[in-house]
Design a protein around this ligand. Structure first.
Ligand SMILES: CC(C)(COP(=O)(O)OP(=O)(O)OC[C@H]1O[C@@H](n2cnc3c(N)ncnc32)[C@H](O)[C@@H]1OP(=O)(O)O)[C@@H](O)C(=O)NCCC(=O)NCCS
Length: 385
């Protein structure tokens, strides 16, 4: 490594520089208090954040963070690190500098007793070849239910153009790639256009006798009756899926990630059958025209059906154009969510994101590296969507 470069932990006084670096690259509008919530909001002493500083230029040129999150593997709680804010100034890319920064942060994660590091990324090649990660291609999928066709097309083209602009800003593209990107934005849209509108626009299900009876069976509330209910729900789910790997949603986690989130205001629905929590979902409707389902979990198909039916009619009344759900299609429990969403007209696409995983100290590699065990959805994302 060149003498003018130094790798070290971030100082509190440098958080504003990290945010400025991130915003300039990604065209975001994040603020230092968002970073404080993300990294220090849950376990303030356990986060990891490394930077590369060019001392000659007195400039921040690289960042890598790991957010402390407890996951549950087969019924036991383990500390883990969520890889985030991987960024290197374009002028410094192409060598081993980012690898050096990453190894520095991995060692910090080991010191903090994290059992593994995981994340979502589109840069699968970097994580596989340079950072010693297992990379799972084609496991993540996205379901989309269209409620308003015209508004959905408009929104989709707008976000594709935003992505092309971001690639230009990030020097990740050439003129050829820009033209290709615009072509894909348009042709991708054409490909997605259904043969007939009614084929993809969500079925406007009419209440059947069965759904009427579900109304008697289940009750939806917006607040958990007890935080222990989530724990009990996952405990029952693990009877069917003994090696399930899921986020350990204790009171501290849910308050931090969902209720005290400074960026997203989630709508929450909890479906109870008597005193038992059978299904729940967290959904973000604050962004544009999209209802972005962060987590949708159910124990029985009836409870799931009841939850989604209610959700769709609520979103229609809010004039939401489309609903999306993102998750690991290889996990049978997530797959059952995709299957149920399909009955509401959802189309499924493979995501351009990869799940990436590096073991640090977990002893049963067969369980850890089996992608089928990972109950991945958008709750595992950064928390800004
Ligand atoms: C990810 C990053 C830190 C890696 O830096 P690096 O180790 O110096 O590696 P490079 O930038 O040379 O990239 C290596 C390869 O991965 C590709 N790549 C980099 N970021 C990518 C991304 N987000 N999506 C897809 N491919 C990506 C590069 O195009 C390059 O491909 P090539 O070998 O065909 O030229 C750096 O590319 C970066 O800051 N990218 C922008 C931010 C980002 O995309 N972060 C990852 C998202 S979680």
């Amino acid at each position: 490594m060149k003498k003018n470069l130094e790798i070290r932990d971030v100082k509190s006084s440098e958080v504003k520089d990290i945010i400025a670096f991130h915003n300039a690259t990604h065209g975001d509008n994040r603020r230092p208090e968002h970073w404080a919530w993300e990294y220090r909001g849950n376990y303030p002493e356990s986060y990891v954040f490394g930077i590369i500083k060019d001392k000659e230029k007195d400039r921040l040129v690289g960042t890598q963070g790991m957010i402390p999150i407890y996951i549950n593997i087969g019924g036991d709680r383990y500390f883990s690190g969520k890889s985030e804010n991987s960024l290197l100034d374009p002028n410094y890319r192409g060598g081993t500098l980012f690898q050096d920064l990453y190894e520095y942060t991995v060692n910090k994660c080991k010191e903090k007793k994290m059992c593994c590091i995981w994340g979502y990324t589109s840069a699968g090649r970097v994580w596989r070849k340079k950072l010693k990660f297992e990379v799972y291609a084609e496991s993540l999928g996205e379901a989309k239910i269209i409620l308003n066709f015209g508004a959905t097309i408009f929104d989709s083209i707008q976000s594709k153009i935003k992505n092309v602009l971001k690639a230009i800003r990030n020097k990740q593209t050439t003129v050829g790639k820009i033209i290709e990107g615009i072509f894909h934005a348009l042709s991708g849209k054409l490909k997605q256009t259904p043969k007939s509108k009614s084929e993809s626009i969500s079925k406007n299900k009419t209440l059947t006798n069965k759904e009427d009876s579900l109304k008697g069976q289940f009750k939806i509330v917006q607040k958990l009756r007890s935080y222990q209910d989530l724990n009990s729900l996952y405990k029952r789910l693990r009877k069917t899926y003994p090696n399930l790997i899921h986020i350990d949603q204790d009171k501290k986690y849910v308050q931090w990630r969902i209720f005290d989130n400074p960026v997203v205001k989630y709508d929450t629905d909890f479906v109870y059958e008597g005193n038992i929590l059978r299904a729940y979902c967290y959904i973000n409707t604050t962004k544009r025209r999209c209802g972005y389902i962060s987590d949708l979990t159910f124990e029985t198909p009836d409870a799931g059906d009841f939850l989604i039916e209610n959700l769709i009619s609520k979103l229609r009344s809010k004039k939401i154009a489309y609903v999306t759900f993102f998750g690991n299609m290889d996990n049978p429990l997530i797959d059952s969510v995709f299957e149920l969403l399909k009955t509401y007209g959802a189309r499924i696409q493979i995501s351009n994101q990869f799940f990436v995983l590096r073991n640090l100290s977990y002893n049963d590699k067969t369980v850890l590296f089996d992608i089928k065990n990972w109950y991945l959805n958008a709750l595992w994302s950064e928390g800004y969507d």
